[in-house]
Design a protein around this ligand. Structure first.
Ligand SMILES: [Zn+2]
Length: 127
């Protein structure tokens, strides 16, 4: 099975021969050749046997949250949000959800703050 980079923006699919695993103080890992992100590995070998590395499935992968304020014609701002959710199960693509208008605000900062708190609640719910 190939390794998949855990960086949401990268998610490169890497043949095992493409990555060099290294043993560091806090365990095995490899660095993605594309984005240099550190990816954790787990040694599942039997005691005394050769090292056998797998990529642990994790539910705490980093998510990417993009909160923006879109200026409206009347001078107000619409809160916009994009959430790229890293998959707990291995897959090539992160799932992206988006909201064009979560609410309308007088202030751009307020609109962004609203979109961010919406994202926080959303990620908490499904965690
Ligand atoms: Zn990568």
């Amino acid at each position: 099975m190939p390794f998949i980079c855990e960086n949401v923006e990268c998610r490169a699919v890497l043949a095992r021969g493409q990555v060099r695993s290294s043993h560091e103080d806090n365990g095995w890992c490899f660095y993605c050749p594309d984005c240099k992100a550190r990816n954790e590995l787990k040694d599942i070998s039997v005691p005394g046997g050769p090292v056998e590395l797998i990529q642990p499935e994790r539910s705490d992968l980093p998510h990417k949250v993009i909160a923006t304020a879109r200026p409206l014609e009347d001078g107000r701002y619409a809160a916009q949000l994009r959430v790229q959710r890293a998959l707990g199960v291995k897959g090539t693509y992160a799932v992206e959800e988006r909201w064009e208008q979560l609410g309308v605000f007088l202030d751009a900062q307020e609109a962004i703050a609203h979109a961010k708190s919406f994202a926080t609640d959303l990620l908490k719910q499904k965690a």
